[in-house]
Design a protein around this ligand. Structure first.
Ligand code: ATP
Length: 226
Protein backbone atom coordinates (compact mmCIF):
# COMPACT_ATOMS: atom_id res chain seq x y z
CA UNK A 1 0.00 0.00 0.00
CA UNK A 2 1.31 3.41 -0.94
CA UNK A 3 1.10 5.98 1.82
CA UNK A 4 -0.19 9.36 0.63
CA UNK A 5 1.31 12.34 2.40
CA UNK A 6 0.69 16.08 2.02
CA UNK A 7 3.43 18.63 2.67
CA UNK A 8 1.97 21.96 3.78
CA UNK A 9 4.61 24.63 4.24
CA UNK A 10 4.09 28.16 5.47
CA UNK A 11 5.17 30.81 7.87
CA UNK A 12 2.28 30.00 10.22
CA UNK A 13 2.71 33.32 12.01
CA UNK A 14 0.39 32.27 13.61
CA UNK A 15 -1.41 29.12 12.41
CA UNK A 16 -5.13 29.92 12.06
CA UNK A 17 -8.38 28.06 11.49
CA UNK A 18 -8.17 28.82 7.75
CA UNK A 19 -5.00 26.68 7.56
CA UNK A 20 -6.62 23.91 9.60
CA UNK A 21 -9.89 23.79 7.70
CA UNK A 22 -8.35 23.84 4.20
CA UNK A 23 -5.83 21.17 5.21
CA UNK A 24 -8.70 18.99 6.45
CA UNK A 25 -10.54 19.46 3.16
CA UNK A 26 -7.42 18.61 1.11
CA UNK A 27 -6.76 15.57 3.27
CA UNK A 28 -10.25 14.25 2.62
CA UNK A 29 -10.41 15.35 -1.03
CA UNK A 30 -7.13 13.63 -1.95
CA UNK A 31 -7.51 10.71 0.42
CA UNK A 32 -4.23 11.55 2.16
CA UNK A 33 -3.06 9.52 5.14
CA UNK A 34 -1.54 12.55 6.78
CA UNK A 35 -0.46 16.13 6.27
CA UNK A 36 2.77 17.59 7.59
CA UNK A 37 2.63 21.24 8.62
CA UNK A 38 6.11 22.60 7.97
CA UNK A 39 6.90 26.00 9.49
CA UNK A 40 9.58 27.98 7.64
CA UNK A 41 12.59 29.10 9.61
CA UNK A 42 12.87 32.25 7.51
CA UNK A 43 10.41 32.72 4.64
CA UNK A 44 12.42 33.90 1.59
CA UNK A 45 9.63 35.97 0.04
CA UNK A 46 7.99 37.63 3.01
CA UNK A 47 8.56 40.76 5.00
CA UNK A 48 9.79 39.46 8.34
CA UNK A 49 8.36 42.36 10.37
CA UNK A 50 6.33 40.82 13.16
CA UNK A 51 7.74 37.35 12.53
CA UNK A 52 7.81 35.60 15.89
CA UNK A 53 10.41 33.05 16.85
CA UNK A 54 10.26 29.74 14.99
CA UNK A 55 9.91 27.82 18.27
CA UNK A 56 6.79 29.82 19.16
CA UNK A 57 5.29 29.20 15.73
CA UNK A 58 6.08 25.51 16.11
CA UNK A 59 4.51 25.38 19.60
CA UNK A 60 1.36 26.98 18.24
CA UNK A 61 1.15 24.39 15.44
CA UNK A 62 1.58 21.61 18.01
CA UNK A 63 -1.31 23.04 20.02
CA UNK A 64 -3.53 23.61 16.98
CA UNK A 65 -3.16 20.12 15.49
CA UNK A 66 -3.16 18.17 18.77
CA UNK A 67 -6.70 16.87 18.32
CA UNK A 68 -6.23 15.67 14.73
CA UNK A 69 -4.43 12.33 14.30
CA UNK A 70 -4.06 13.00 10.56
CA UNK A 71 -2.02 16.16 11.11
CA UNK A 72 1.69 16.11 11.89
CA UNK A 73 4.39 18.72 12.24
CA UNK A 74 7.85 18.63 10.71
CA UNK A 75 10.59 20.91 11.99
CA UNK A 76 12.88 20.10 9.05
CA UNK A 77 13.02 23.75 7.95
CA UNK A 78 13.56 25.08 11.46
CA UNK A 79 16.43 22.64 12.00
CA UNK A 80 17.96 23.61 8.67
CA UNK A 81 17.85 27.30 9.73
CA UNK A 82 18.35 30.24 7.39
CA UNK A 83 16.04 30.80 4.45
CA UNK A 84 13.60 27.94 3.89
CA UNK A 85 13.44 26.71 0.34
CA UNK A 86 10.64 24.31 -0.57
CA UNK A 87 12.79 22.36 -3.03
CA UNK A 88 15.17 21.43 -0.19
CA UNK A 89 12.26 20.30 1.98
CA UNK A 90 10.71 18.19 -0.78
CA UNK A 91 14.10 16.62 -1.51
CA UNK A 92 14.55 15.85 2.20
CA UNK A 93 11.17 14.09 2.43
CA UNK A 94 11.54 12.19 -0.83
CA UNK A 95 15.10 11.15 -0.02
CA UNK A 96 14.12 9.98 3.46
CA UNK A 97 13.66 6.42 4.60
CA UNK A 98 9.89 6.30 4.03
CA UNK A 99 9.34 3.77 1.29
CA UNK A 100 6.14 3.52 -0.73
CA UNK A 101 5.13 7.07 -0.02
CA UNK A 102 3.59 9.46 -2.52
CA UNK A 103 4.10 13.10 -1.57
CA UNK A 104 1.93 16.06 -2.57
CA UNK A 105 2.86 19.70 -2.11
CA UNK A 106 -0.03 21.81 -0.82
CA UNK A 107 -0.03 25.56 -1.49
CA UNK A 108 -2.52 28.41 -1.66
CA UNK A 109 -3.29 29.94 -5.03
CA UNK A 110 -1.60 33.21 -4.03
CA UNK A 111 1.62 31.22 -3.68
CA UNK A 112 1.11 29.42 -6.99
CA UNK A 113 1.20 32.72 -8.85
CA UNK A 114 4.51 33.56 -7.16
CA UNK A 115 6.12 30.15 -7.48
CA UNK A 116 8.31 31.10 -10.43
CA UNK A 117 10.25 33.33 -8.03
CA UNK A 118 11.07 30.32 -5.81
CA UNK A 119 14.48 28.66 -5.78
CA UNK A 120 14.75 25.88 -8.41
CA UNK A 121 11.04 26.05 -9.17
CA UNK A 122 11.51 24.07 -12.42
CA UNK A 123 12.87 21.15 -10.39
CA UNK A 124 9.90 21.44 -8.04
CA UNK A 125 7.42 20.95 -10.90
CA UNK A 126 9.30 17.81 -11.90
CA UNK A 127 9.62 16.46 -8.39
CA UNK A 128 6.17 16.59 -6.82
CA UNK A 129 2.48 16.95 -7.70
CA UNK A 130 1.02 20.24 -6.55
CA UNK A 131 -2.34 20.76 -4.90
CA UNK A 132 -3.28 24.41 -5.32
CA UNK A 133 -6.01 25.55 -2.94
CA UNK A 134 -8.28 28.41 -3.88
CA UNK A 135 -8.22 31.50 -1.67
CA UNK A 136 -10.96 34.12 -1.35
CA UNK A 137 -8.88 37.15 -2.25
CA UNK A 138 -8.15 35.95 -5.76
CA UNK A 139 -9.34 38.34 -8.45
CA UNK A 140 -11.34 35.63 -10.26
CA UNK A 141 -14.25 33.98 -8.42
CA UNK A 142 -15.58 31.73 -11.21
CA UNK A 143 -13.89 28.28 -10.76
CA UNK A 144 -13.57 27.49 -14.46
CA UNK A 145 -12.07 30.91 -15.19
CA UNK A 146 -9.73 30.43 -12.25
CA UNK A 147 -8.64 27.12 -13.75
CA UNK A 148 -8.02 28.80 -17.12
CA UNK A 149 -5.95 31.47 -15.41
CA UNK A 150 -3.85 28.77 -13.76
CA UNK A 151 -3.35 26.98 -17.07
CA UNK A 152 -2.37 30.24 -18.78
CA UNK A 153 0.06 31.03 -15.98
CA UNK A 154 1.64 27.56 -16.05
CA UNK A 155 2.03 27.65 -19.85
CA UNK A 156 3.44 31.15 -19.90
CA UNK A 157 5.74 31.02 -16.89
CA UNK A 158 6.60 27.36 -16.38
CA UNK A 159 6.29 25.40 -19.62
CA UNK A 160 4.04 25.63 -22.63
CA UNK A 161 3.56 21.85 -22.64
CA UNK A 162 0.90 21.86 -19.91
CA UNK A 163 -2.49 20.50 -20.95
CA UNK A 164 -5.80 21.00 -19.17
CA UNK A 165 -7.92 18.16 -17.80
CA UNK A 166 -10.90 20.24 -16.69
CA UNK A 167 -12.92 17.23 -15.42
CA UNK A 168 -10.25 16.56 -12.82
CA UNK A 169 -9.32 20.24 -12.40
CA UNK A 170 -5.80 19.16 -13.23
CA UNK A 171 -2.96 20.34 -15.46
CA UNK A 172 -0.85 17.56 -16.92
CA UNK A 173 2.49 17.50 -18.70
CA UNK A 174 4.61 14.83 -20.41
CA UNK A 175 7.59 15.19 -18.11
CA UNK A 176 6.32 17.20 -15.16
CA UNK A 177 4.09 16.25 -12.26
CA UNK A 178 0.38 17.14 -12.31
CA UNK A 179 -0.93 20.36 -10.84
CA UNK A 180 -4.35 20.05 -9.22
CA UNK A 181 -6.62 22.97 -8.49
CA UNK A 182 -8.74 22.30 -5.44
CA UNK A 183 -11.74 24.35 -4.34
CA UNK A 184 -11.77 24.82 -0.59
CA UNK A 185 -14.27 26.66 1.57
CA UNK A 186 -13.47 30.35 1.08
CA UNK A 187 -12.22 31.56 4.44
CA UNK A 188 -10.95 35.12 4.32
CA UNK A 189 -8.62 34.56 7.25
CA UNK A 190 -4.91 35.34 7.15
CA UNK A 191 -2.12 35.48 9.68
CA UNK A 192 -1.55 39.14 8.85
CA UNK A 193 -5.18 39.91 9.75
CA UNK A 194 -4.71 38.13 13.08
CA UNK A 195 -1.46 39.99 13.82
CA UNK A 196 -3.14 43.31 13.02
CA UNK A 197 -6.05 42.52 15.37
CA UNK A 198 -3.69 41.48 18.16
CA UNK A 199 -1.58 44.61 17.69
CA UNK A 200 -4.71 46.74 18.12
CA UNK A 201 -5.67 44.71 21.22
CA UNK A 202 -8.71 43.34 19.40
CA UNK A 203 -10.09 39.86 19.87
CA UNK A 204 -8.66 37.02 17.76
CA UNK A 205 -11.11 34.51 19.19
CA UNK A 206 -12.41 31.90 16.70
CA UNK A 207 -9.82 32.89 14.08
CA UNK A 208 -7.32 30.66 15.88
CA UNK A 209 -7.95 27.68 18.17
CA UNK A 210 -8.57 28.46 21.85
CA UNK A 211 -5.21 26.89 22.66
CA UNK A 212 -3.37 29.12 20.18
CA UNK A 213 -5.25 32.18 21.40
CA UNK A 214 -4.22 31.39 24.98
CA UNK A 215 -0.59 30.90 23.90
CA UNK A 216 -0.51 34.23 22.04
CA UNK A 217 -2.05 36.08 24.98
CA UNK A 218 0.16 34.42 27.58
CA UNK A 219 3.33 35.26 25.66
CA UNK A 220 2.06 38.62 24.43
CA UNK A 221 3.27 37.64 20.95
CA UNK A 222 1.78 40.11 18.53
CA UNK A 223 1.06 43.20 20.57
CA UNK A 224 4.07 45.02 19.10
CA UNK A 225 5.73 44.76 15.71
CA UNK A 226 9.27 43.57 16.05
P1 ATP B 1 0.27 36.10 5.98
O1 ATP B 1 -1.05 36.78 6.14
O2 ATP B 1 1.25 36.40 7.05
O3 ATP B 1 0.85 36.27 4.59
P2 ATP B 1 -1.03 33.49 5.57
O4 ATP B 1 -2.31 33.57 6.32
O5 ATP B 1 -1.07 33.57 4.07
O6 ATP B 1 0.04 34.51 6.16
P3 ATP B 1 0.95 31.38 5.50
O7 ATP B 1 1.58 30.77 6.69
O8 ATP B 1 1.76 32.22 4.63
O9 ATP B 1 -0.36 32.14 6.04
O10 ATP B 1 0.20 30.27 4.65
C1 ATP B 1 0.69 28.98 4.41
C2 ATP B 1 -0.05 28.44 3.20
O11 ATP B 1 -1.46 28.38 3.46
C3 ATP B 1 0.10 29.30 1.94
O12 ATP B 1 0.26 28.44 0.82
C4 ATP B 1 -1.21 30.06 1.88
O13 ATP B 1 -1.56 30.40 0.55
C5 ATP B 1 -2.19 29.06 2.45
N1 ATP B 1 -3.33 29.69 3.13
C6 ATP B 1 -3.29 30.49 4.22
N2 ATP B 1 -4.51 30.87 4.59
C7 ATP B 1 -5.38 30.30 3.71
C8 ATP B 1 -6.81 30.33 3.56
N3 ATP B 1 -7.60 31.04 4.38
N4 ATP B 1 -7.35 29.63 2.52
C9 ATP B 1 -6.56 28.91 1.67
N5 ATP B 1 -5.19 28.85 1.78
C10 ATP B 1 -4.62 29.52 2.77
Amino acid sequence: MVKRVGLFGGTFNPIHVGHLRVAEEVKNGFDLDCIYFIPAALPPHKDTTGLVDAQDRKEMIDLAIASNPGFEISDVEIRRQGRSYTIDTVTAFQGGKQENTAYYLIIGMDQFFEIVTWKAYEALFEAIPLIVMTRPQEPESDPSKRFDTMLEHARLHVDKGYQARPDEMCLVHDTKQPIYMFEVTPLAISSSKIRALARQQNSIKYLVTDTVEAYILSKDLYSHDT
